[in-house]
Design a protein around this ligand. Structure first.
Ligand code: PRP
Ligand code: MN
Ligand code: MG
Length: 180
């Protein structure tokens, strides 16, 4: 049986959009000389963020996806990251930007960067919408971060709780209502 909960808004759609506009400017400055930027979304959580981000990027962009899962339907990191779906394209000698929704323990991004680096991209950068530094178990930090957040259970804007709530247009936090 599922515990009852409500979702309180934490970061509005408007604040997210404003932050993405600023971040896309910084990414543009970093990659302004690129012949093509391969933007890699980590499924499934990043699908909303990558969609909004690439539409703000005035650069020649290729979009690809990689699926790495450490949580499955659990709320605890397994620390064992599995690659469920690999990239379609080659990244050797290419400029690559990995797009993540949230860096929590850091295991997912650490594993993915290790894998992609072994393919010898020209430049490999990372962006995460959310960062929970208090939960880190690796020394991973994204090159760009949208918002640093406390250790709250967040959902929405691509992020799920047991595969639900990904479609919320804002970032919310889960509050269990059976707690005192
Ligand atoms: C979640 C989230 C990040 C990762 C962060 O993905 O989307 O990818 O966990 O956690 P970490 O820093 O502790 O590794 P999840 O494995 O739940 O898959 P999903 O994106 O399909 O929801
Ligand atoms: Mn994910
Ligand atoms: Mg998940």
């Amino acid at each position: 049986p599922e515990r009852p909960y409500v979702i309180d808004e934490m970061i509005s759609a408007k604040r997210i959009a404003a932050r993405i506009e600023a971040l896309s400017q910084e990414i543009h400055d970093e990659f302004s000389d690129t012949d093509k930027l391969v933007v890699v979304g980590l499924l499934r959580g990043s699908f909303v963020f990558i969609a909004d981000l690439v539409r703000e990027l005035d650069l020649p962009v290729e979009v690809d996806f990689l699926e790495a899962s450490s949580y499955g339907n659990s709320t605890e990191s397994s620390r064992e990251v599995r690659i469920l779906k690999d990239l379609r394209g080659e990244i050797e000698g290419r400029d690559v930007l990995v797009v993540e929704d949230i860096v929590d323990t850091g295991h997912t991004l650490t594993h993915v960067l290790h894998l992609l680096n072994s393919r010898h991209p020209k430049r490999l950068k990372t962006i995460a919408l959310l960062d929970k530094p208090s939960r880190r178990e690796t020394n991973m930090r994204a090159d760009w971060t949208g918002f640093e957040i406390p250790d709250e259970f967040v959902v929405g804007y691509g992020i799920d709780f047991a595969q639900r709530n990904r479609n919320l247009p804002f970032i919310g936090k889960v509050r269990f209502t059976d707690e005192a």
